[in-house]
Design a protein around this ligand. Structure first.
Ligand code: AMP
Length: 306
């Protein structure tokens, strides 16, 4: 049996517009993307809240995957809603609105049986909620955190406190610059390390990923894709592949973390091929393995021979 990973974060209704189309009120949310991606590698324990408008039909995205929903509460009110819009440069997105709704008064209660989960991923949500969840876990072995400009701007003090208690941070380049105040990503990673997390993973969208390794760095490019439809959730899906693999491997060495970064990149590159969760929901293990191999081929070269 593989180890489980526990996550807290948004479960949402998203509306998304890209130059290639538009969807409205589809199931999304950081913890949703994370859980579905991670469940291909390990068992996931989800802690989140939805409103009464989140019906059985919507629950089907979690399907018969290895996602334990005992920590997913349904309460009176509306589910979290977010709308984002992308122009031709899919790396830049504009948030049209964020309605916290049921997350506003949410007090997460981690089920008793989840409290000894060794690996924890604090997906994107209010840092005070991330902290509340972390406080309920007994002696976690490895804790990673994601966040967003919304919280970096809006709740910096709470974010600073939770950062002091995590082992790894997984954020995108824009957020890394904003959090550190440094334009250069190498400097940004070092600065964020000073805030607490030993390991800093910076997602760079179509440009790949940069992460700290030992005293230096590891970087992987993005896969040159013909079809990119919707980047929503790519960051959370990356985190799902990354943490899901580490959890399954039960190994936090630099080598395992490097493979995990490619698993994350493979999952994210698949997710962006269709709108919302669509591609993730139709994914097979074979798709994942063959995408991992595509990354190996992309980055392989021989020794210098002159
Ligand atoms: P990503 O594209 O990986 O940054 O994540 C997009 C997902 O994050 C969407 O499914 C949204 O529902 C969710 N999201 C957007 N804004 C927030 C926020 N402020 N807090 C938590 N989740 C959010």
């Amino acid at each position: 049996m593989t180890h489980p990973v526990l996550t807290v974060g948004s479960v949402a209704f998203d509306s998304i517009r890209t130059p290639f189309g538009e969807v409205s009120r589809v199931v999304g949310g950081a913890a949703t993307y994370f859980s579905i991606a991670a469940s291909f590698f390990s068992e996931v324990r989800l802690v989140a809240v939805v409103g009464e408008d989140f019906g059985e039909r919507h629950m089907q995205v979690f399907g018969d995957r290895r996602i334990d929903l005992e920590g997913l509460q349904r309460v009176p009110g509306d589910t979290f809603r977010w709308k984002g819009e992308y122009k031709l440069d899919l790396n830049a997105r504009e948030t049209i609105y964020t309605h916290l709704n049921v997350f506003q008064d949410f007090s997460p209660r981690v089920p008793e049986r989840f409290r000894s989960t060794p690996i924890v991923f604090l997906a994107n949500i209010h840092p005070a909620l991330q902290m509340e969840v972390l406080d309920q876990i007994e002696a976690p072995r490895f804790v990673a955190l994601d966040t967003m400009n919304y919280w970096i701007d809006g709740t910096p003090a709470e974010l600073e406190r939770v950062l002091q208690r995590v082992d790894a941070v997984v954020i995108n380049d824009e957020e890394a610059r904003q959090l550190s105040g440094k334009a250069n990503l190498v400097q940004a990673a070092r600065e964020i390390r000073e805030m607490g997390p030993e390991r800093v993973v910076i997602k760079r969208g179509e440009h790949g990923v940069l992460l700290t390794r030992g005293d230096g760095f590891f970087a992987a490019p993005g896969l040159p894709l013909e079809e990119v439809c919707d980047p929503t959730g790519a960051g959370d899906t990356f985190a799902g592949g990354f943490i899901g693999y580490l959890t399954a491997a039960g190994d936090l060495s630099d080598d395992a973390v490097t493979r995990a970064a490619i698993c994350g990149s493979a999952m994210a590159s698949l997710s962006v091929e269709d709108f919302g969760l669509s591609r993730l929901l139709s994914l097979t293990d074979e798709d994942i393995r063959s995408r991992f191999e595509a990354f190996r081929r992309l980055t392989h070269f021989d020794e210098l021979d002159y």
